[in-house]
Design a binder for this molecule. Structure first.
Ligand code: SF4
Length: 145
């Protein structure tokens, strides 16, 4: 995987990713992205507006929310919070550094108010791990299946 294209809110979703998702294909792809970034913080990410490399595997049969205004607004809010912009390219570690510097676990409640995944608590947990400089859970085994 070379440059990974990511939209704003997915920078946070990746911290709370634990292998759940919208379909088998979606999960396989997201696990691959997650493991790649986790394994090598120098992996370059390009920040994009709208659908990204995770949305690319959103199931056709699902309610395609990837172009909803509320989701775009969430992307913008995350970029603002992290001082990042559409078009920026930076290593994944640079994203983690900004998350550590500019966010708190409680920000998930306001940034992601309407997200159905929020109640699992894993995104707050992920932000907390990054802030403490601790590793995110290892999903490598799942990726190699
Ligand atoms: S609460 Fe939803 S939008 Fe926010 S980081 Fe978690 S999965 Fe992503």
């Amino acid at each position: 995987m070379s440059v990974i294209r990511l939209r704003g809110h997915h920078l946070l979703c990746l911290l709370g990713y634990r292998g759940m998702g919208y379909s088998e294909e979606y999960v396989e792809n997201m696990t691959r992205v997650y493991v790649t970034l986790n394994r090598d913080g120098s992996t370059v990410v390009e920040l994009v507006e709208g659908p990204d490399d995770l949305c690319a595997k959103f199931p056709c049969s699902g309610d395609y929310h990837c172009q909803n205004e509320s989701v775009d607004a969430r992307d913008k809010a995350v970029f603002r919070k992290l001082g990042l912009h559409v078009g920026d390219t930076l290593p994944w570690q640079g994203v983690l550094d900004r998350i550590r510097a500019f966010t708190q676990p409680g920000d998930i409640a306001t940034l992601c108010e309407s997200c159905g995944w929020r109640s699992y608590g894993v995104c707050e947990e992920g932000v907390g791990l990054v802030i403490q400089g601790l590793p995110l859970p290892d999903l490598e085994r799942k990726a190699s299946k």
